[in-house]
Design a protein around this ligand. Structure first.
Ligand SMILES: [Zn+2]
Length: 169
């Protein structure tokens, strides 16, 4: 991230970035900047979010705080993968994702923060698990008769696995 010329170092590192769930029962914050950020294409995160993929920011655990609504958090622990996912019990928003093998990190969905987190998501995890229906920025045009709807009019072929395809098979 580009550093602000006007902000003193003490101000930059003291700031916290706030986030919340859909219904507003749970509020939290991380210290700025986040540790890193990435897109997670794994099937587990896809299902947990009900979305094509999840974008996370990672924070040191000691820099992450639930500031409101702790009692509204419900958790799902997946013993097989050593992961614990926390959700809002009222609205279902995924709040964070923790892994036993990274005990000092908390991974928070990027979408829950309204402002910048100090890290851009330039990394991809589980890219080989990306489904062929994921939108990849194909050219879109307006759908006649349906204001607000755009679509990919090309008849694209089913996509091959993005990484393993090619001459390495
Ligand atoms: Zn909620």
């Amino acid at each position: 991230m580009r550093k602000s010329v006007s902000a003193a170092p003490a101000q930059r590192f003291a700031a916290a970035v706030q986030g919340q769930c859909l219904c507003g029962a749970i509020h939290f914050e991380i210290d700025f900047p986040a540790r890193w950020a990435w897109h997670d294409h794994s099937s587990a995160s896809r299902q947990a979010h009900g979305a094509a993929y999840a974008t996370y920011v990672g924070s040191w655990r000691r820099r992450f705080r639930i500031t409101e609504g702790q009692s509204n958090i419900t958790q799902f622990a997946d013993a097989a993968s050593g992961t614990t996912r926390s959700f809002c019990a009222r609205c279902g928003t995924p709040i964070c994702y923790e892994r036993a093998r990274s005990p000092h990190m908390v991974n928070v969905p990027r979408a829950l923060f309204k402002t910048r987190t100090g890290r851009q998501a330039r990394y991809h995890i589980g890219i080989e698990q990306m489904p062929e229906w994921t939108y990849l920025g194909e050219r879109l045009v307006p759908l006649k008769g349906f204001p607000g709807v755009v679509w990919d009019r090309s008849k694209r072929k089913p996509r091959a696995a993005p990484i393993s395809g090619g001459s390495q098979n």
